[in-house]
Design a binder for this molecule. Structure first.
Ligand code: GTP
Ligand code: MG
Length: 369
């Protein structure tokens, strides 16, 4: 198969096509500007220019691709809501309040270093899954990942502070992902709170709240006193209703890794958000470059689970390594298949990390066509 023309290859490598043609001539290959090149030619030419080429195989792509579901197999599922905003504006506190009392206040007041995942039942008896993200500027990638797996974003802004850089960034991530936004104006219990000032700052960013005639729902809340939090949840559920979220619980699970760590007693502990299908104890999972058999699953309170359906966060024991947050996870038919793909990916990662050359992936080339 031929992939791209000499001209396209030249522009990907940021050299002139004449240089490419000259180099080819020196190697005894006669190539014209619009001639399409096969894999071997691309590799040889790129090498001359100090590039290596990564060919993403169709097979690799296929395993990641989501299987289409029949409309008839779809059932309503809980919304996945990501809480984003500037550092210290009260994301974790808000979530702690929502999970209320029942859970140890592990992280409140401390800087969140990872994405936590929890599901709760609201007073109106609806299940909602929450992802907590770090507000610190160093965690841009995590906010981007959070925005990608989410259905709805709650943007928390402290009403005694201002719209800050990571507030803007969080809004941008949510908008880029096409995710509806609900604004939580937090810390209204504080004497210095001025929610109107924050609304004003948001309007400058084209985020006009409903009270001011815009399309964004907002709610004044206090993660300290709990004021407004029920109303905030109702607004989130309203957004969820509009989305008519559905998934097929009767298929092998597909999800995303939220976080992973090594526990001395239990081995690798991986927090997974199941997005579609149902994960069961005993399933063979492929998670990024790792795989394993699910030995045990627990919810965020540590309670044992046998099954986890769509939009459920679970802690899984049994993987052979720690995948990265954001890695796709999928249940495979056989252990052999999972091992093979995991090994392939590990090898690929190893090769890539050893490479010192500039790098082009065929995916990039594909996009240029
Ligand atoms: P990062 O995870 O580091 O981005 O911070 P965060 O947004 O999760 O903030 P966190 O919940 O850790 O809260 C930061 C500080 O603000 C803590 O000391 C909280 O107790 C305090 N705080 C959060 N919400 C409120 C509130 O509604 N009222 C008051 N008075 N204090 C709050
Ligand atoms: Mg936090």
């Amino acid at each position: 198969t031929e992939f791209i023309s000499a001209n396209d290859l030249a522009s990907l490598m940021d050299v002139s096509v004449n240089e490419v043609i000259k180099v080819c001539l020196n190697m005894g290959m006669f190539v014209s500007i619009n001639q399409r090149l096969d894999a071997e030619a691309i590799t040889v030419i790129a090498d001359e220019f100090g590039y290596d080429i990564e060919f993403l195989s169709a097979e690799e792509e296929e395993t990641v691709a989501e299987i289409e579901d029949d409309e008839a197999d779809l059932q309503p599922r809980a919304p996945i809501v990501t809480i984003m905003g500037h550092v210290d504006h009260g994301k974790t506190s808000l979530l702690d309040y929502i999970r209320s009392a029942t859970v140890a206040k592990g992280e409140a007041g401390g800087i969140t270093q990872h994405i936590g995942a929890y599901d709760v039942m609201t007073k109106s008896d609806k299940r909602v899954t929450f992802l907590d993200t770090p507000g610190h500027e160093a965690f841009t990638a995590m906010r981007a990942r959070g925005a990608k797996v989410t259905d709805i974003a709650i943007i928390v802004v402290a009403a005694d502070d201002s719209v800050m850089p990571q507030t803007r960034e969080a809004i941008n991530h949510a908008q880029a992902a096409g995710v509806p936004i609900v604004i939580a104006l937090n810390k209204i219990d504080k004497p210095g709170a001025n929610p109107d000032k924050v609304r004003e700052e948001l309007s400058v960013m084209n985020i006009l709240v409903e009270e001011w005639g815009g399309k964004y729902q907002s709610q004044e809340v206090s993660a300290k006193t709990g004021a407004g939090i029920d109303d905030l949840l109702e607004k989130v559920l309203l957004e969820a209703e509009i989305l008519e979220l559905k998934a097929n619980p009767d298929r092998k699970a597909v999800g995303t890794v939220i976080e992973a760590s090594l526990d001395k007693g239990r081995g690798y502990v991986t927090t997974i958000l199941v997005q579609t299908g149902t994960m069961e104890v005993g399933d063979i999972v492929l998670a990024g470059p790792h795989f394993g058999r699910v030995k045990a699953m627990t919810d965020h309170r540590g309670k044992k689970m046998k099954k986890a359906g769509p939009a459920t966060p679970v802690q899984v024991l049994g993987l052979t390594g720690a995948p990265q947050a954001g890695d796709k996870i999928q249940v495979m038919e056989t252990e052999r298949e999972a091992r093979e793909l995991a090994t392939q990916r590990q090898q690929l990662a190893r090769e890539q990390s050893m490479r010192t050359k500039k790098h082009i992936t065929l995916d990039e080339i594909g996009r240029r066509l």
